[in-house]
Design a binder for this molecule. Structure first.
Ligand code: 0GY
Length: 296
């Protein structure tokens, strides 16, 4: 574990907000345990271990029914810890993997059988070395044939140069953490405006309205400055938003959130029961538990 690594809260509070039955935590990770599933040699950080059993205990504690587990960069393209967690979840988790261009069709089929429904393309420079766009395009074309989607992680300042690439990928795209806006800028300003334009122009682009703890400048416990950004997306694109804890919260530097309080953030960004049901149940179930038609 890196020096100064912040470990997740082992005793999160019970949320005051009761999530609807069947709710999905659509962005979370497992780390290791490193003894069984070693961290990738090319990783940019070494986390604390955070096991599938701990994730499922959190799921139950917060009142969720299911998880979408996203491959974290510290495991590179070695998806064994993810697959192990999916198998242990007994149908109550789906996965988003990381693959390289040399992945075989048999490997992709095995990932699909384990519950993987997407791949993640990461453009955050502090987390990964760059993969050439041609390779990403090739991967996208192959996973489109399985009916999977692509999860993209980037920072708002990089969207102008990535915009055309995203707009031409052949699958559904799911954007992590609202495209990481600088929430000290106005929600109606040009930076978030570009992300809204992408969402408006491409009805196949979804967004996770996640990580107030990561994006907030004003900080905990209220994360007030993140509310207008997430609420705007939930209200304008109610059928294309997802929510997740981001447990175990990699790379936080200033504080570790109480996951119970993060759940209490949900009714501030999805203010009606209908919006909450779409965000937490209908949308993730449609994307992860109902197979999408493969792209031609
Ligand atoms: C997140 C955010 C981060 C890390 C990763 O895969 C990862 O290592 O996603 C981050 O450092 O911002 O979604 O967990």
């Amino acid at each position: 574990m890196d020096e100064n690594w912040l470990v997740f809260d082992p005793h999160p509070s019970k949320p005051a907000f009761r999530v609807p039955p069947g709710a999905v935590d659509a962005h979370c990770h497992v780390f290791g345990p490193g003894e069984r599933f070693p961290y990738a040699p090319e990783r940019k950080y070494t986390p604390c271990d955070a096991s599938a059993a701990q994730l499922f205990a959190l799921r139950d504690h917060l009142g969720f029914a299911r998880n979408v587990i996203v491959q974290a960069t510290c495991h590179g393209a070695d998806n064994r810890a993810l697959i192990d967690a999916l198998v242990r979840a007994d149908g109550r988790a789906r996965g988003v993997a990381t693959v390289r261009a040399d992945v075989t069709d048999a490997e992709l089929r095995a990932l699909d059988a384990a519950g993987v429904r997407g791949v993640r393309f990461n453009f955050v420079k502090r987390l990964v070395d760059t993969t050439p766009p041609a390779q990403l395009r090739e991967i996208a074309a192959r996973i489109a044939a399985l009916g999977w989607h692509v999860v993209i992680y980037f920072e708002a300042a990089d969207l102008p140069e990535l915009y055309d690439f995203f707009a031409t990928l052949p699958t559904v795209l799911v954007v992590d953490h609202m495209g990481r806006p600088d929430v000290s800028k106005p929600v109606d300003g040009p930076e978030f405006g570009l992300f809204l334009r992408l969402m408006r122009e491409r009805p196949t682009i979804w967004s996770k309205v996640t990580c107030p703890e990561r994006l907030s400048v004003t900080g905990p416990p209220a994360y007030d400055d993140v509310v207008p950004f997430a609420r705007r997306l939930v209200e304008e694109f109610p059928d294309r938003v997802l929510w997740g804890t981001d447990w175990p919260h990699p790379n936080l530097k200033s504080h570790m959130p109480d996951d119970g309080r993060l759940v209490d953030f949900i009714p501030r960004i999805a203010v009606t029961a209908e919006l909450q049901r779409k965000l937490l149940v209908d949308n993730p179930m449609r994307l992860y538990w109902t197979p999408l038609e493969p792209s031609p």
